[in-house]
Design a binder for this molecule. Structure first.
Ligand code: ADP
Length: 609
């Protein structure tokens, strides 16, 4: 085990909006100590380039002038120039200066400055300021979008708008309507603790780790694991600062309430009247969301379980069994199917405990170690949860058990069958809306671990599952990474999520991780499968695979972008959408640019003939 704890405890939620609830203080300290004591990189390294990194096409004098003006608007204490050494920190104490989980060089995706608005009017003023100076701005809520770019802007030198620090109020919790209205800086931890404090019989839905922004995650179309796990589908009403600085309310919020109040149905009915515009503000760069309504789930009884399967090759058959169970809504949530190597990784022990080589852990070694773990020498593990009254749950478990008995050797286990430290117990929390930290444990797999998600959407069908799985297995072997797959399986599609865990200290590992991403995106697209979300550096590549009708969708997205943001100031390049000012000027990353950046070329426009 790593050395005894020596790092200061992480901040608590009572002192810091992005801190940890007291109930997780010990776990947070352990997690921090474990992760940081395996770090071999220095806490920070001297920066190689001039600081701050300037926005594109802005001289130092223009930048200084513009910064002076934004200090007038916000107060100088709410403007920070990004000119200090970059510190990656860890999940809870994360930087807002760069991508802490860098796949390019640490200094490649940096902002020039960070600004902290305190209210909606200040956000509007910042947007007008950006238009005046043609400075790209990049909004973040909590900045814990790890594996997707974190707090980093796609265009280096952009000014990051850190909304969460001063805009973190829970504006309303409506217990009768089972909904809430939130600002960007409300984390899952904060919302959960407030609901407990008020003793309301309501659940939130949380992703695997609870430090992210409820608002930020929903507009990036993140997912959780209760029946309310599709976060964007359970939001209700947005308030948005447009790139012009104008303020917009969507849904019923567009209809003014009596005497200046919010409309009483703003959090009750999503589409309201006319085109349903909310969708274009998710995974886009069309506006800054400053308020969002979210539905909460009435609390209920629940029972988590796992089912193990002994043989690797039964994977497509397992998917075939899941499909009807999910379509008939027998399954209570979006269950996960994981490979047994995850049982090793979720022990929080490093890979080197199991295998001395640098290459992927051989299957025989996984067998050998899995045999010593609570679930035994199996191949696939299915994690599910059922909800409702206890009699209903018992009946559902019987249907599920019978359905999976078609797979030879399938075995169902309940939490009581497993020791308290087993991962199933943390699923019990997450699947009943209790935000935790446990999922960080696999970051101990390699020293200085960072990760990238590769997440194609695959039909819930054995033959499709096999095609994608074979591509992913082959390319992981080619680039020398352990394959750590988690499949979130619904009735018609599954998110086949692969977590590429690499050592930030190794340029070679980063280069291989980037090449693996590039090839997986291309090879799965050639078979007709596309990703639902990706890291900002792979956004162009993923967007370019959605090319039906001579790129009709991207031309449509660009038309909206140019109409709403003619100066191209808001998050240029996010989700592959470039405003006219940047388009075709060499910013798009469609080839080996990320790998090349590791030679010191940096992320920036290539010269275009
Ligand atoms: P998290 O919710 O995990 O803490 P972030 O705050 O980093 O994540 O948000 C995820 C991404 O969504 C950001 O990188 C940013 O591009 C976008 N985003 C976050 N908050 C907003 C917002 N309020 N308005 C517009 N885009 C946002």
């Amino acid at each position: 085990m790593p050395p005894a704890p020596s790092f200061p405890p992480p901040p608590s939620l009572s002192s810091n909006y992005s801190g940890l609830p007291d109930r997780l203080a010990d776990i947070g300290s352990e997690s921090k100590n474990r992760l940081l004591s395996r770090r071999t990189l220095p806490e920070s390294a001297p920066r190689q380039h001039d600081v701050p990194r300037l926005p594109p096409d802005i001289s130092r004098a223009e930048f200084n002038q513009a910064i002076g003006e934004v200090k007038e608007i916000l107060g100088s204490e709410n403007v920070a120039i990004n000119d200090r050494p970059l510190v990656d920190g860890w999940y809870i104490e994360h930087p807002n200066t760069h991508d802490a989980y860098h796949v390019a060089l640490q200094e490649d995706l940096v902002s020039s400055a960070v600004v902290y608005p305190g209210n909606v009017e200040e956000v509007q003023s910042i947007v007008r300021w950006a238009n005046k100076h043609l400075i790209p701005i990049y909004p973040i809520s909590m900045g814990r979008n790890i594996g997707y770019g974190g707090t980093a802007p796609r265009v280096p030198g952009s000014v990051v708008i850190d909304l969460g620090k001063r805009m973190n109020r829970i504006l309303n919790i409506d217990a009768e309507n089972a909904s809430c209205l939130l600002e960007p800086g409300v984390s899952y931890f904060a919302l959960y603790e407030e609901i407990q404090r008020r003793q309301l019989p309501l659940w939130i839905d949380t992703p695997d780790v609870g430090g992210g922004s409820v608002l930020g995650n929903a507009i990036d179309r993140g997912v959780g694991y209760t029946p309310y796990g599709d976060h964007f589908a359970n939001h209700c009403g947005l308030e948005i600062v447009l790139p012009s600085g104008e303020l917009l309310r969507t849904g019923m919020g567009a209809l003014p309430g009596k005497e200046g109040d919010d409309n009483p149905t703003w959090q009750s009915f999503q589409p309201a009247y006319g085109p349903y515009s909310d969708g274009i503000f998710s995974q886009s760069n069309y506006g800054i969301v400053v308020r969002m309504g979210m539905w909460l789930m009435p609390e209920t009884s629940h029972q988590s379980y796992l089912i193990t399967f002994p043989r690797d090759e039964d994977f497509p058959d397992i998917v075939e069994v899941i499909r009807p169970l999910a379509q008939q809504r027998v399954l209570g949530n979006i269950p996960q199917l994981r490979h047994v190597i995850q049982e090793l990784a979720t022990t929080a022990r490093p890979k080197s405990d199991f295998y001395a080589g640098k290459d992927p852990v051989p299957r025989s070694v996984i067998h050998e170690h899995a045999a010593t773990l609570p679930v035994g020498d199996v191949s696939w593990v299915f994690y599910g949860t059922q909800y409702g009254d206890p009699a209903g749950i018992t009946a559902q478990l019987e249907i599920i058990r019978t359905a999976f008995s078609k797979i030879a050797g399938a075995k169902m286990l309940l939490p009581d069958d497993l020791p308290p430290e087993h991962y199933l117990h943390s699923r019990v929390s997450v699947c009943s809306g209790v935000p935790i930290l446990r999922e960080l444990d696999w970051l101990n797999w390699v020293p200085n671990a960072a990760h990238l998600f590769f997440s194609p959407i695959v039909p819930t069908r054995g033959r499709d599952a096999r095609i994608v799985h074979e591509i992913v297995v082959r390319l992981h072997a080619k680039y020398g990474f352990d394959l750590l797959p988690t499949l979130c399986v619904a009735g018609r599609e599954m998110h086949y999520i692969v977590n590429i865990v690499y050592d930030r200290a190794s340029v070679d590992e980063k280069r291989r991780a980037a090449a693996l991403m590039r090839e997986m995106i291309a090879e799965t697209a050639a078979e007709g499968y596309g990703e639902y979300r990706t890291h900002i550096l792979f956004a162009d590549m993923v967007a370019s695979t959605y090319s039906w009708g001579s790129n009709a969708l991207m031309r449509f997205n660009e038309t909206i972008k140019d109409a709403l943001d003619p100066n191209g100031i808001l998050a240029p390049g996010r989700n592959g959408i470039w405003p006219r000012r940047f388009r075709g000027k060499g910013w798009e990353i469609l080839g080996t640019e990320v790998e090349d950046a590791l030679d010191g070329k940096g992320i920036g426009p290539k010269s275009v003939q």
